[in-house]
Design a protein around this ligand. Structure first.
Ligand SMILES: [Zn+2]
Length: 226
């Protein structure tokens, strides 16, 4: 379980608690409020916004970072980007970005130790109220990314006030699944999350960073593969 899994788990708990009592929280396929796939299919599918596209091509990612397999029309994958902003100069850099297929995502997630998973889960249970978030997001269109990517999901700090942040999206082919993701987590919350991870998990994530991104050491403690 990673950050994204912990967020999804919070949403599943929400669905379970209300068992259909919250408007709109029904599976689009089965009409059931307790469908196990609810967390994915109750929500909307929209065009992938530019924030979650490859910054090289400006188009959706086309292959998995880890296995290099090309994404087909209905392939499911996760996109993550870390951005550093230089607010005094009005510019920003993508520190890293990638897409991974769900198989490779599961392999990466396995790098999180049991201890880290439990702490992450507790952190999101405490800090993110999925019901409040759902209510807040319900006021916006599904394809409006501002409320989803413009505010830290944990602290509520706006992107304009952050120097670093990471965003996560869940895609199928050239569509974005609008559900628990997409979301943004700002630098201060990322630092808190990194502080919760066990040495084993930090080592595993450091290995991935070195293997795939070769980031300079000044980013080391602040960049988390979500
Ligand atoms: Zn893969």
């Amino acid at each position: 379980m990673t950050v994204r899994d912990s967020v999804a788990a919070s949403f599943r708990r929400l669905h379970k608690r209300h068992a259909g009592a919250v408007d709109g929280l029904r599976c689009r396929n089965t009409g059931r409020s307790n469908c196990p796939k609810l967390a994915i299919n109750v929500f909307a599918f929209v065009d992938i916004p530019k924030e979650l596209c490859s910054s090289e091509t400006g188009r959706p990612f086309t292959s998995c970072l880890v296995c290099n397999n090309a994404f087909e029309e209905y392939d499911e994958y996760m996109v993550e980007k870390a951005v550093r902003k230089y607010n005094d100069y009005g510019v920003q850099d993508t520190v890293f970005e990638y897409a991974v297929c769900m198989d490779c995502y599961a392999t990466l997630s396995a790098g999180f130790s049991e201890e880290s998973r439990e702490r992450l889960d507790a952190y999101f249970r405490e800090r993110v109220d999925p019901e409040a978030r759902q209510r807040y997001l319900a006021e916006y269109d599904s394809d409006d990314m501002k409320p989803r990517l413009g505010t830290c999901m944990v602290t509520g700090v706006r992107v304009e006030e952050l120097e670093e942040y990471q965003i996560v999206g869940h895609c199928i082919g050239d569509r974005l699944v609008v559900g628990p993701a997409p979301f943004m987590i700002g630098g201060p919350a990322i630092d808190e999350i990194v502080g919760l991870l066990s040495a084993k998990t930090v080592d595993a994530l450091g290995g991935l960073r070195d293997q795939y991104f070769g980031l300079p050491p000044e980013f080391e403690p602040h960049v988390l593969i979500l």
